[in-house]
Design a binder for this molecule. Structure first.
Ligand SMILES: Cc1cc2nc3c(=O)[nH]c(=O)nc-3n(C[C@H](O)[C@H](O)[C@H](O)COP(=O)(O)OP(=O)(O)OC[C@H]3O[C@@H](n4cnc5c(N)ncnc54)[C@H](O)[C@@H]3O)c2cc1C
Ligand SMILES: NC(=O)c1ccc[n+]([C@@H]2O[C@H](COP(=O)([O-])OP(=O)(O)OC[C@H]3O[C@@H](n4cnc5c(N)ncnc54)[C@H](O)[C@@H]3O)[C@@H](O)[C@H]2O)c1
Length: 448
C-alpha cells in the first residue's frame, strides 16, 4: 500500500516524538515508524528504569550512611525480583500511553523497521511511503565489540531486565553506564569490577571529580581497573573469562559481563546509501539546522545524529529545533554550552559547561573555586565519605564557565548552575540571591 505524507519520522523516541508534535500542530500529515516499543530508549530501557533502580539503591546508601552515623543498627536489603516488578510498573504502560498520545495527535503509527528505497521513499513491512520530508530519529545502540566473545556480553537492555542478579559482574568501559549500574549492583551485594582502557575513567567529566568518583567507587568495594582494554570474553564452564590487552591476557573470571563501552548511532539497516544520506562515525551528518548535508529532504537529531551529546534533554532540544527549521522555515541553532549531565552514582556526579582542562586549552582567564565537601553538614548528615566541587568563573565577566559536583543532591544543584550559565548570571548574583536554607542549592554561596 502506498501513502504520501508531508513528513515521515523514523523512530518514536524522544527526538521523533518532539518533531511529530510540531509538525502535526502545523497541520502536516505525519507517519512514524517504530521497530520496538513506542517512547524509545529513555522511558523503556534507559533513564527512567535506571532511575527506579537507582532510587532503590539510594535507600541502601542512605541506610549505610545512617549506620555509619550510629543512628540505626540494621542494614536493609533490596528484593531484586520485587524491584524488577516495580520497574516494570513504570516501563510496561509506556508503549500504550505513547500510542494513545500519537493517535490523539493524528500521527499514523506504523510498527516495523523502516528502510529507505530512494531519496524520498521508504518501506515498513509491506507498506510504502513517499514523503516530502523525512526525519531520522533512530537513537543509538551499544557499539559493536570487535571480538569473538562479544555475543556473551549483556547489554544495558539485558541488565535492566535481569530477573536475578549474578554474584559477580565485569563491566566493559568506565563511563556512565558502568558506574551507574555498578553502584546499583554493588548495593545489592554483587561483586563488581569496571575495566576502563586509556588513562582515566569518566572521560567526559572533570578529571579531579572523576578521580573522586573512582575513589568513592573503590570505597564501595567495586574494583576499578584503569589502563586495560577488554579484548575477548570466553565461556569457561558456567563462568565467563575476561581477557585484556593485545596479547589477550586473562584478567579475571566472573558470572556476567556487561557492556558499558559506548553507544553508536543506530543507522545500519536503514539503507542510507539509497537515499544519498551521508553519515559519519557519530551519526547522520547534519548542518547547524539539523538538515542532512547531502539530502535536503532529510533531517536528523538526537543520538543518531553527528552532534555532541547522547542525552535525553539534548535529543529533545535538537529535535524541537530541527522541527522549527523544517516545518516553520526558521534557521535556528542549538547552544550546547550549558548542557548539564549527571552520572547517577551514589552520591551523583554532575557537570555543566567546560572542564578545567577544556577551559585552560581555550586559554580562558578564570578563577577556579574547588574544595572538599565531605566535612560539610550536608555530607555529614547523610554519612557521605567523599564529596567535592569545582566551579570555573570567568575573570572578566564573573560568569560561570563550568561547574562540577560530586555529592549529595548534586543532580539537582547542577540544574541551578545550568540555568545561571544559560541566562548569563554572574557568580556574585548566585552568591547573594536569597535561596531557601538549608538546601543543597544554598551551598553554592560556600563554593564561590
Ligand atoms: C542505560 C541508559 C541510561 C540512560 N540514562 C540517561 C539519563 O539518566 N539521562 C539522560 O539524559 N540520558 C540517558 N540516557 C540516554 C538517553 O536515553 C538517550 O540520549 C535518548 O533516549 C535519545 O533519544 P533519541 O530519540 O535520539 O533515541 P531513542 O530514544 O533511542 O529512540 C530511537 C527509536 O528509534 C527506533 N528505531 C531505530 N531504528 C529504527 C528503524 N529502522 N525503524 C523504526 N524505528 C527505529 C528505536 O527502536 C527507538 O525506539 C541513557 C541511555 C541508556 C542506554
Ligand atoms: N546518566 C546519563 O545521562 C547516561 C546514562 C547512561 C548512558 N548515557 C548516554 O549513553 C552513552 C553511552 O554510555 P556508555 O557508558 O556506554 O559509554 P561512555 O561513552 O560513557 O563510556 C564508554 C567507555 O568505555 C571505554 N571502552 C570502550 N571499549 C572498551 C574496552 N574494550 N575495554 C575497556 N574500555 C573500553 C571507552 O574508552 C569509554 O571511556 C553515554 O555517552 C551517555 O551519553 C547517559
Amino acid at each position: 500500500m502506498n501513502k504520501s505524507v508531508d513528513l515521515f519520522i523514523i523512530g518514536a523516541g524522544v527526538a521523533g516524538g518532539a518533531v511529530a508534535k510540531v509538525a502535526r500542530r502545523a497541520g502536516w500529515s505525519v507517519a512514524m515508524a517504530e521497530v520496538d516499543g513506542l517512547g524509545g530508549t529513555c522511558p523503556l530501557r534507559g533513564c527512567e528504569p535506571k532511575k527506579v533502580l537507582w532510587q532503590a539503591a539510594e535507600t541502601i546508601w542512605r541506610a549505610a550512611g545512617a549506620r555509619k552515623n550510629g543512628l540505626i543498627d540494621t542494614q536493609p536489603r533490596i528484593d531484586w525480583p520485587a524491584l524488577m516488578r516495580f520497574k516494570r510498573s513504570f516501563t510496561e504502560p509506556v508503549d500504550a500511553s505513547v500510542d494513545q498520545s500519537l493517535h490523539d495527535l493524528g500521527v499514523d503509527v506504523v510498527r516495523g523497521q523502516a528502510e529507505f528505497l530512494a531519496e524520498d521513499r521508504l518501506t515498513v513491512g509491506d507498506r510504502e511511503f513517499q514523503a516530502s520530508h523525512i526525519f531520522i530519529g533512530t537513537g543509538a545502540t551499544p557499539m559493536r565489540l570487535p571480538f569473538e566473545g562479544a555475543q556473551l556480553v549483556t547489554t544495558s537492555d539485558g541488565f535492566l531486565e535481569l530477573d536475578e542478579l549474578p554474584g559477580s559482574i565485569v563491566f566493559i568501559g568506565g563511563g556512565y553506564i558502568s558506574f551507574e549500574f555498578a553502584h546499583i549492583a554493588a548495593r545489592c551485594g554483587v561483586f563488581c569490577k569496571i575495566i576502563q582502557r586509556g588513562e582515566r575513567a569518566l572521560k567526559l567529566f572533570d578529571r579531579d571529580m572523576a578521580e573522586l568518583v573512582v575513589a568513592a567507587t573503590r570505597d564501595l568495594g567495586v574494583e576499578v581497573v584503569i589502563g586495560e582494554e577488554v579484548t575477548d570474553v570466553q565461556r569457561e564452564g558456567d563462568r565467563l573469562r575476561v581477557h585484556v590487552g593485545p596479547e589477550r591476557r586473562r584478567l579475571c573470571d566472573c558470572e556476567m559481563v556487561v557492556h558499558g563501552a559506548g553507544r553508536a548511532p543506530n543507522l545500519d539497516g536503514l539503507n542510507l546509501d539509497r537515499a544519498g544520506v551521508e553519515r559519519a562515525k557519530r551519526g547522520v551528518r547534519v548542518d547547524a539546522h539539523f538538515r542532512s548535508v547531502s539530502n535536503p529532504r532529510v533531517w536528523s537529531a538526537g543520538d543518531c545524529a553527528d552532534t555532541p551529546f547522547q542525552l535525553t534533554p539534548v535529543a529533545d532540544m535538537e529535535a524541537w529545533t530541527a522541527a522549527q527549521n523544517m516545518v516553520h522555515g526558521k534557521e535556528i541553532t542549538v547552544d550546547y554550552s550549558a548542557v548539564p549531565s549527571v552520572t547517577f552514582t551514589l552520591p551523583p556526579l554532575a557537570s555543566v559547561g567546560l572542564t578545567e582542562e577544556q577551559a585552560r586549552k581555550k586559554g580562558l582567564e578564570m578563577d577556579v573555586f574547588s574544595g572538599d565537601m565531605s566535612g560539610w553538614s550536608s555530607s555529614r548528615r547523610v554519612g557521605v565519605g567523599r564529596a567535592g566541587y569545582k566551579l570555573l568563573v570567568d575573570k572578566s565577566t564573573d560568569r560561570i564557565l563550568g561547574a562540577h559536583l560530586f555529592g549529595h543532591k548534586a543532580e539537582e544543584v547542577i540544574n541551578a548552575l545550568a540555568l545561571a550559565m544559560g541566562h548569563g548570571l554572574t557568580a556574585r548574583q548566585l552568591k547573594t540571591f536569597p535561596l531557601a536554607y538549608p538546601t543543597g542549592i544554598y551551598e553554592l554561596r560556600y563554593m564561590l
